[in-house]
Design a binder for this molecule. Structure first.
Ligand SMILES: [Zn+2]
Length: 295
């Protein structure tokens, strides 16, 4: 336990939608998955282990929407090339042992998940619709609403991609994998995406709004942290990344001082851990790459 740790009295509500209906990970890796990745298993990050072979790419696919009801007709709204560019950029950086589909499709319910059997990240249009409904309660300006939805969608995508990378290379995690890939998502937004800090904050807001929905029971046994915890964990990393720039989060009471005191240390630890763990599976760019614009 760290000095200053305390339980949050206000962490009370968890969203049925995210925690109960949202699969996130589906099933467990099959024995075949594991055996095909023994090269990865035998590697220790940071050693002179052989460079893993790049045998796959992310493959983006859209399913036509059955019900086109809003700006969610295209998952990235007014910037339809952004997602293709993002996937292309990721393929230039990631070493993968197999192809991984990234599929936007209609589902039975709002959901996003990674399936280790099919190696597919699925983002349901229904989840994007739900983000619109969720943020619309708080954000009246249409452009800002679109921005917030894109941010939450991007945060969810990087979270699910994190599950895919953990599966693909059997990346070790201690603690909850859900927390680890939340952290990865926030780091990618902060470090690789233009205006990504604000996108991470917008993504965090979705957790806060879900937590405020007075529907459903708290699910303490769920593999995800509670929504309010995910909110504070995310804004803590953003603040920890740049204390000066985001001092307002503490000044206006969004991030309690007791937690803020640890955020720089937390950010450094999490960033270091993911660099160590993912390092062997990243192609080194030949020249500095500008941050990607997603909205
Ligand atoms: Zn997850």
């Amino acid at each position: 336990m760290r000095k200053g740790d305390r339980s949050w009295q206000t962490i009370l509500i968890i969203s049925v939608v995210i925690s109960a209906s949202s699969g996130c990970r589906q099933g467990s890796p099959t024995p075949q998955n594991v055996s095909t990745n023994q090269t990865a298993n035998s590697q220790t990050p940071g050693t002179d282990a052989q460079v893993p072979e790049d045998k796959g790419d992310l493959r983006l696919r859209y399913q036509a929407r059955k019900d086109t009801i809003s700006a969610t007709a295209h998952p990235v709204g007014s910037n339809p090339q952004a997602l293709e560019k993002l996937i292309s950029e990721l393929n230039q950086r990631l070493i993968l042992p197999f192809d991984m589909n990234v599929s936007f499709e209609d589902c039975q319910q709002p959901d996003a998940y990674y399936d280790p059997e099919t190696h597919q990240v699925t983002l349901c249009y229904q989840l994007i619709d739900e983000y619109y409904d969720l943020f619309a309660k708080k954000i009246k300006d249409k452009a800002k609403l679109d921005d917030a939805v894109r941010a939450a969608t991007a945060a969810t995508f990087f979270h699910e991609l994190g599950h895919g990378l953990v599966d693909a290379w059997k990346i070790p995690t201690t603690g909850r994998e859900e927390d680890a890939v939340d952290q990865l998502s926030t780091l990618v937004l902060i470090e690789r995406i233009d205006d990504g800090e604000q996108m991470a904050l917008d993504g965090a807001l979705s957790f806060k709004l879900y937590a405020g929905l007075d529907k459903g029971e708290k699910i303490f046994w769920d593999e995800h942290s509670l929504d309010e915890q995910r909110f504070f964990d995310t804004i803590c990393l953003v603040y920890g990344h740049d204390e000066e720039k985001f001092a307002y989060l503490v000044e206006n009471g969004t991030l309690p001082e007791e937690r803020a005191a640890f955020c720089t240390e937390d950010y450094d630890k999490v960033s270091h851990a993911w660099r160590q763990l993912l390092g062997p599976y990243l192609k080194q760019p030949t020249e500095p790459r500008p941050k990607l614009k997603l909205r």
